[in-house]
Design a protein around this ligand. Structure first.
Ligand code: PBG
Length: 325
C-alpha cells in the first residue's frame, strides 16, 4: 500500500496539523429569551439550561457571555397573552419590552453585538409570523409594513443586526429600504434565508408560547424536501441587500449550508435550533450520549459544512469548554 490515510492520524500532534476546521468562541451567537416583569427567571422545561430572563437578568447574562468571548447574542421577547393581538400591535411599541431589552444590553455592553428577531409570532394572537385573514391565509404584502415598523423600533433601540425570521417574500428588501430611509444604513440584516417548516422548533414555541393557533407554517416556511429552492431564496435575499444568509434548522440541513456556502459570496450562518438542543439534552440526561462531546462534534459539523457562524443554545457551554482547554 502506497497510500495509508491512517499515517496522518497516528498521534494528536499530527492530527492537529492536518485539522481542516476549527470551532472557536468567536463563531458563536447565543439566543436568549427575555420576559416582562421582575419575577426571577423561568426555566424552559423542554430546553434544560435555558430560561426566560427578566430584563436585569438578561443584561447580567449578556455580561457573562461577553466575558466568555461570545461576540453576539440573539434576543427574543416572551410576551404575555394579553399583549398579543392579530396585528402584533405591541411590536410597534417603542417603550415595549423588546426595545427596552435591546437598549439595556447595548447600554451596559456596547461592544457585544445584539441581534434582534423580526417576525409577528411573539406578538401575534394567531401565533403566525404574518397577518392572518378570516380564511386563515397568511398575508404577505400586508405583513411587510408591520415588519418594517418593528425593525425601525429595534434599530432605534440599538440593535446591530436585524434577523427577519418570518419568511415573507420581499421582506429583506423592504426592511433594507425602511432602514436606509431612516438613516440606519449601518444596521445589518441577517436573513433567515432557508428557513424550513420544521418540527424541530417545538421547544422554542414552548419558550415563547407562540405555537400557531391554527394551521401550520407551510405556506411561508420551506418544504424540508427542497434544496435547490434554498438557492433561489439565497439569490433573492442577496439581491435585496442581506448581509448574512442563514440556514435553519442546522443539523438536518447541513447539505443546505454547504450549498449556500458554495453558491453565495455572503457569510453563512447556521441556526442550531431548539429541538436539536433538546435532543442532546434529553439523551444526555438519560446517560445515552456524552453531552460535551456530542455538542462539540455537532458544532464542528456546522463549520465543516461551511457555516461562518452558529446560533446555538450551547453557546455558553461550548465557550466555557473552549476556555478551559
Ligand atoms: C419564529 C421563529 C421560530 C424560531 C425562531 N424564530 C419558530 C417558528 O418559526 O415557529 C425557532 C428557533 C428554535 O427552534 O430554536 N419567527
Amino acid at each position: 500500500m502506497l497510500s495509508r490515510p491512517r499515517r496522518n492520524r497516528k498521534n494528536q500532534a499530527l492530527r492537529d496539523l492536518i485539522c481542516e476546521n476549527h470551532l472557536t468562541t468567536k463563531d458563536l451567537i447565543a439566543p436568549l429569551f427575555v420576559k416582562e416583569g421582575n419575577d426571577p427567571r423561568e426555566p424552559i422545561a423542554s430546553m434544560p439550561g435555558q430560561f426566560r430572563y427578566n430584563l436585569q437578568e438578561l443584561v447580567d447574562e449578556c455580561g457573562r457571555l461577553q466575558e466568555l468571548g461570545i461576540p453576539c447574542v440573539s434576543l427574543f421577547p416572551a410576551l404575555s397573552d394579553d399583549l398579543k393581538d392579530k396585528k402584533a400591535t405591541e411590536s410597534a411599541n417603542a417603550q415595549g419590552l423588546f426595545p427596552r431589552a435591546i437598549q439595556a444590553v447595548k447600554e451596559k455592553y456596547p461592544d457585544l453585538l445584539v441581534m434582534s428577531d423580526v417576525a409577528m409570532d411573539p406578538y401575534s394572537s394567531d401565533g403566525h409570523d404574518g397577518l392572518v385573514n378570516e380564511r386563515g391565509d397568511i398575508l404577505n404584502d400586508e405583513t411587510l409594513p408591520i415588519l418594517a415598523e418593528m425593525t425601525l423600533i429595534q434599530a432605534q433601540a440599538g440593535s446591530d443586526i436585524i434577523g427577519p425570521s418570518d419568511m415573507m417574500d420581499g421582506r429583506v428588501g423592504h426592511l433594507r429600504e425602511a432602514l436606509d430611509n431612516k438613516g440606519y444604513t449601518n444596521t445589518s440584516i441577517m436573513a433567515y434565508t432557508a428557513k424550513y417548516a420544521s418540527s424541530f422548533y417545538g421547544p422554542f414555541r414552548d419558550a415563547l408560547e407562540s405555537a400557531p393557533k391554527s394551521g401550520d407554517k407551510k405556506t411561508y416556511q420551506m418544504d424540508p424536501s427542497n434544496g435547490e429552492e434554498a438557492l433561489r431564496e439565497a439569490k433573492l435575499d442577496a439581491e435585496e441587500g442581506a448581509d448574512i444568509l442563514m440556514v435553519k434548522p442546522g443539523l438536518p440541513y447541513l447539505d443546505v449550508i454547504y450549498r449556500l456556502k458554495s453558491h453565495s459570496d455572503l457569510p453563512i450562518a447556521a441556526y442550531n435550533v431548539s429541538g436539536e438542543y433538546a435532543m442532546i439534552k434529553a439523551a444526555a440526561e438519560k446517560g445515552w450520549l456524552d453531552e460535551e462531546k456530542v455538542m462539540m462534534e455537532m458544532l464542528l459539523s456546522f463549520k465543516r459544512a461551511g457555516a461562518d457562524m452558529i446560533l446555538t443554545y450551547f453557546a455558553k457551554d461550548a465557550a466555557s469548554l473552549l476556555a478551559s482547554r
